[in-house]
Write a protein of this length. Structure first.
Length: 201
C-alpha cells in the first residue's frame, strides 16, 4: 500500500461526483447525504475562498487496488464489486467535505449563510473586501469570490495497491484522535472571555 497526493480545484473535485463510492464500513450517511447539517456544510464552503479549507480528502483508488489482487480472491471480489457499479474510488475519510463540495459546486443545492462582506487575498492586489449575500449559491457569488474559490486547491490522498484489511486499518488510524472539546474551542477564540480563561489556567 502507498499514498499518492494529488491536488484538484474544488470544482474539479465536484465533477468527480458519481465516481466515488461510499462503503458504510467507513462512513455514516451516503454519497448524497453526510453527517453534517447545513450549518456545518456552509461553514466549510465559506472557508474555501479565504484559504482555510485545508483538510484533505482520502480516497481508495479501486483500479490500483484491483491490480494488486489475485483475481477471484476476497479482496478482488470486494474491489471489483465497486468497479462493476461504475465507481473509480471509495471514500475513506472526508465524506462530509466531499458531499459539501459536490452539493455546493455541482448541484447548488444550498447557499451560504454569511451576510455582509468577506476579505479575500488577490495575487498582486492584496486583501480586498467583497459582499456576500445570505443564501448565495455558487453561480450567484461575485466573480471575484468565485475566482478566489477556483484558485484554492483541495489536497486529495489516493490510497493505492491496498488490501481490504489495510484500508480498514488506515481508516481506524486516521480516526483515532479526539475531536476538540468545548473548552479547547473556546480557548482558541479571540475574545475577552477566552483571554480570561487562558490567564486563569
Amino acid at each position: 500500500m502507498y499514498i499518492e497526493s494529488v491536488t484538484k480545484t474544488f470544482t474539479e473535485f465536484a465533477d468527480m461526483k458519481g465516481q466515488i463510492a461510499l462503503d458504510r464500513s467507513f462512513n455514516v450517511g451516503s454519497i448524497a447525504k453526510c453527517r453534517w447539517g447545513l450549518e456545518e456544510m456552509r461553514y466549510y464552503i465559506e472557508s474555501i475562498p479565504v484559504g482555510m479549507a485545508v483538510n484533505c480528502v482520502v480516497l481508495v483508488d479501486i483500479e490500483s487496488c484491483l491490480q494488486n489482487c489475485e483475481e477471484g480472491n476476497e479482496d478482488w471480489l470486494y474491489f471489483n464489486s465497486w468497479k462493476e457499479q461504475g465507481y473509480h474510488y471509495i471514500a475513506l475519510d472526508g465524506n462530509n467535505r466531499s458531499v459539501s463540495i459536490c452539493k455546493y459546486f455541482a448541484e447548488e443545492s444550498f447557499g451560504l449563510i454569511s451576510s455582509g462582506s468577506i476579505s479575500i487575498f488577490i495575487p498582486g492586489k492584496g486583501s480586498q473586501t467583497f459582499p456576500l449575500y445570505r443564501g448565495g449559491k455558487y453561480s450567484q457569488l461575485p466573480q471575484a469570490v468565485r475566482d478566489a474559490m477556483n484558485r484554492q486547491k483541495l489536497d486529495v490522498k489516493l490510497v493505492k495497491q491496498a488490501t481490504r484489511r489495510e484500508i480498514s486499518d488506515f481508516f481506524i488510524r486516521v480516526n483515532s484522535g479526539k475531536p476538540l472539546n468545548d473548552h479547547e474551542k473556546l480557548n482558541a477564540e479571540l475574545s475577552k472571555v477566552a483571554t480570561c480563561y487562558r490567564d486563569w489556567e
